[in-house]
Design a protein around this ligand. Structure first.
Ligand SMILES: NC(=O)c1ccc[n+]([C@@H]2O[C@H](COP(=O)([O-])OP(=O)(O)OC[C@H]3O[C@@H](n4cnc5c(N)ncnc54)[C@H](OP(=O)(O)O)[C@@H]3O)[C@@H](O)[C@H]2O)c1
Length: 335
């Protein structure tokens, strides 16, 4: 099969490789991929930005999200059969959806509802699960709460806003002026132009924040969340609460723990001083949760926002477009 791979970290173009079609284990299915979406984490994995917390064996096929058709099932798989339309987010230690086929644990996939195309389905798993785990599991967003979600116009924000709105939150986001109408239509109450100087002072106070930005913007967010409130970031440094929760895959050696403590200790301290529950999170794969989320989306007529589609042989161009940092919604590769 054809697959887009890297054999070392760096900014070099992807290699189009010929690989054997993988064979599913007893608990896996083999999926023929019809669509795969691109996420900034594909670039982070490619550049080696996550090497401290994610081990990589080369050659590595990139790609986390997929939608496709079950071609073969392992002997212990009873919930899916050949021909089922399925989608999912591949786990961090078994990625590779920029390929014609992929094997995946059956527990990490869900059926695609009839009302979603393969392109729409491929646009949901990683950003949908991230938004759902952040807003529902960690922030426990309740109806009427004021929630801050910066950078609402990208792939993640464009699904996080409607999910937060469906959970009953009053959502404030930041974006360029061109995206204001679209983000209000998705459910944002207030859209602040992040190009204005001191835009953070216009924000007011929130019950919770789902940070997509990290850096200075994350630090400043602490001044806008009430005592007793919560902040979850997907773009800061792994912090104490995150490391405490992790399983074997993310067990870090002592020097690395020390480094991360240096990088995240300041915000942990700030959170403690202000009585804010603060954590970094990395999205987890889950077919059951993807099915739960998809029910929520379809019941409330929420669709993912698709910015552009690219063909499989344009995979590098799709990655370059996401690397520009200006995608307005999801970028999907079709086969
Ligand atoms: N930890 C995790 O599990 C996890 C999971 C998912 C995503 N993430 C991270 O979350 C971040 C967002 O992901 P994404 O898929 O939404 O990325 P994306 O689609 O590439 O985001 C692009 C969008 O960001 C907007 N933007 C750029 N600079 C901004 C700023 N200073 N303020 C407000 N908006 C700004 C751009 O709008 P303009 O063009 O108008 O500037 C563009 O629409 C990424 O860093 C990603 O790696 C982490």
């Amino acid at each position: 099969m054809k697959a887009y791979t890297i054999s070392k970290y760096g900014k070099q173009p992807l290699t189009l490789s010929e690989l054997p079609i993988p064979v599913p284990t007893d608990t896996q299915v083999l999926v023929k991929i019809n669509a795969a979406s691109v996420n900034p984490i594909d670039l982070k994995r490619k550049h080696g930005d996550l090497r401290t917390i994610m081990a990589t064996e080369f050659p590595l096929t990139l790609g986390h999200d997929f939608a496709g058709e079950v071609i073969q099932t392992g002997s212990d798989v009873h919930r899916f059969k050949v021909g089922d339309r399925v989608f999912g987010k591949l786990p961090d230690d078994h990625i590779g959806s920029f390929a014609e086929y992929v094997t995946v644990e059956a527990v990490n996939i869900a059926r695609i509802p009839a009302e979603l195309s393969d392109v729409q389905a491929a646009a949901i798993p990683l950003v949908g699960l991230t938004a759902y785990q952040a807003l529902h599991n960690y922030l426990n967003v309740q109806p009427g709460q004021r929630v801050y979600i910066p950078a609402g116009s990208g792939g993640l924000g464009s699904l996080a806003i409607p999910i937060a709105a469906v959970l009953g939150a009053e959502v404030t986001t930041t974006a360029s002026p061109k995206s204001v109408d679209r983000l209000k239509a998705l459910g944002a109450t207030t859209v602040v132009d992040y190009h204005q100087p001191n835009f953070l002072t216009q924000l007011g106070t929130f019950d919770a924040a789902f940070d997509l930005r990290g850096g200075q913007e994350l630090t400043a967010t602490f001044d806008h969340v009430k005592p007793g409130g919560r902040i979850v970031t997907v773009n800061g440094f792994p912090n104490r609460a995150f490391l405490k929760d992790q399983g074997d895959y993310y067990q870090l050696k002592a020097p690395m723990r020390f480094l991360l403590k240096l990088l995240s200790g300041r915000l942990d301290k700030k959170a403690k001083q202000r009585n804010i529950d603060y954590r970094f999170m990395l999205v987890k794969s889950s077919g059951a949760q993807l099915a739960e989320l998809t029910d929520l989306l379809t019941t409330n007529h929420v669709l993912p926002t698709i910015d552009q589609t690219f063909t499989f042989d344009q995979t590098q161009a799709a990655l370059d477009y996401v690397a520009s940092g200006h995608a307005t919604g999801k970028v999907v590769i079709t086969q």
